[in-house]
Design a binder for this molecule. Structure first.
Ligand code: ZN
Length: 115
């Protein structure tokens, strides 16, 4: 179950995605957003290092931001929410891909909930 405020935030953020499938990922501690990401075309060094060929997934962006902001040491306490939205902003089923699952596992985040 994804809390309504997380769905609202993810829905707002997903508009920033330039992909046909819009994903948003939030890393949350209690009610505080630690990091967030949306999927988008193109990669960067972090994405290439982790095997993303032509787009950066929402989960990877959120983990990258978490690490860059130095908050990853508490990752085992965080929850990750992964959501997919239709163009109309409706919540759709999603599941992390194999690369993201590996990245999440190595990030230290233990609780992962997807729509
Ligand atoms: Zn992925």
């Amino acid at each position: 179950m994804i809390p309504a405020w997380v769905v609202d935030k993810g829905s707002q953020m997903s508009c920033k995605s330039d992909m046909s499938m819009q994903h948003a990922c939030l890393i949350v501690s209690s009610k505080k957003i630690i990091s967030a990401g949306v999927n988008r075309h193109g990669t960067n060094r972090f994405a290439m290092k982790n095997g993303y060929a032509w787009s950066l997934h929402a989960e990877a962006m959120a983990i990258q931001k978490m690490e860059e902001s130095g908050q990853h040491s508490k990752a085992h306490r965080y929850k990750m929410y992964i959501m997919r939205f239709s163009k109309k902003g409706e919540l759709m089923p999603s599941e992390p891909c194999i690369k993201c699952k590996q990245l999440i596992e190595s990030s230290g985040i233990r609780k992962v909930i997807w729509s």
